[in-house]
Design a protein around this ligand. Structure first.
Ligand code: IPE
Ligand code: MG
Length: 232
C-alpha cells in the first residue's frame, strides 16, 4: 500500500495524515473485494525495513495500527472477515500484539474473506523462519530431505493459496520483499495511483487488466482463472 507520504506532500499535509488517509481506504477495498467474490486479500502494512523510518513516523504508524484494530475488528467480524496477521510480531508492543491476537481469535471461524495484514513482514524473513520451523518440526533430519511441499505449511501464509494478482500502488515497479515465495506465478500490476487514492474503481481497472492475462504457469495455454485472491 505505497504512496501515503507523497499523497500528503502533494496536499502540503503532514506525512502522518497520509497514513491516516491510507488506513481509511482499507475498508472500501475490503468491501469491494467481498462484493466481487475475492476470497483472500493481503495488505502489506509494515515491512521489516520500515523500522528505519524516523521514530515519529514509526510511532504514528504503530498508533494507526492500534487504532485500526480497535475500530475495525468488530465490523470485520460482522461482515464475515477472517483476520490474519503475519510477520515477526514479537517486535510490536504488548498492546498491539494482544489486539492482533484477539482480532484473529474473534474472527477465526469466518470464511467470506480472509484478510491478511502483513506487519513487520518480509519475504526473506518468511523463508528463513519457515526453514527453521521445518527443522524444529523435523529434528534430526537434514534440509536435503525437505522439498517445496514440506516447506509450504511453515511459511507464514501456509493457510492461503498463492495470490492470483499483486497490485503495487505508488508508481514503483518492484516487489520490495513482499511474499517472495508466493508470487512465483502471480500477475503483477503496477499503478501510479497513490494508495489513498486507490478506490473500488481502481480495483476494477486492475481486475479488468487481470482478466486479459494469459496464465500459462510455465506450461501451455489455459483459460484465465476467475480471480479469488490478491495482494496489495
Ligand atoms: C505507505 O506509503 C507505506 C507504509 C509503510 C505504510 P509510504 O509511506 O511508503 O509513502 P511514499 O511511498 O513515501 O509516498
Ligand atoms: Mg513508499
Amino acid at each position: 500500500m505505497d504512496g501515503n507520504r507523497r499523497w500528503a506532500e502533494k496536499r502540503s499535509m503532514l506525512r502522518a495524515l497520509g497514513h491516516v488517509s491510507g488506513a481509511r481506504q482499507v475498508r472500501q477495498i475490503i468491501d469491494a473485494c467481498m462484493a466481487r467474490g475475492v476470497n483472500y486479500l493481503t495488505l502489506f502494512a509494515f515491512s521489516t525495513e520500515n523500522w528505519q523510518r524516523p521514530a515519529d513516523e514509526v510511532s504514528s504508524l504503530m498508533g494507526l495500527l492500534v487504532h485500526y484494530l480497535q475500530k475495525e475488528v468488530s465490523a470485520m467480524h460482522a461482515s464475515g472477515v477472517r483476520l490474519k496477521v503475519v510477520g515477526d510480531l514479537n517486535r510490536f508492543d504488548r498492546q498491539l500484539q494482544s489486539l492482533m491476537a484477539s482480532g484473529q481469535a474473534l474472527t477465526a471461524n469466518n470464511s467470506k474473506l480472509t484478510l491478511t495484514i502483513a506487519a513487520n513482514y518480509g519475504g526473506r524473513w518468511d523463508m528463513m523462519q519457515a526453514v527453521q520451523a521445518w527443522q524444529a518440526a523435523n529434528p534430526g533430519q537434514s534440509v536435503a530431505d525437505m522439498d517445496e511441499a514440506a516447506l509450504r505449511p511453515h511459511l507464514s501464509m501456509g493457510y492461503a493459496p498463492d495470490p492470483d494478482l499483486l497490485i503495487r500502488t505508488g508508481g514503483e515497479s518492484r516487489i520490495s520483499n513482499f511474499m517472495l515465495w508466493q508470487v512465483a506465478y502471480t500477475e503483477l500490476f503496477f499503478t501510479d495511483t497513490l494508495w489513498p487514492d486507490f478506490s473500488a474503481q481502481s480495483l476494477d481497472h486492475a481486475l479488468q487488466w487481470y482478466q486479459a492475462r494469459d496464465r500459462r504457469f510455465g506450461a501451455s495455454n489455459a483459460p484465465v482463472a476467475e480471480i479469488t485472491r490478491y495482494a496489495i
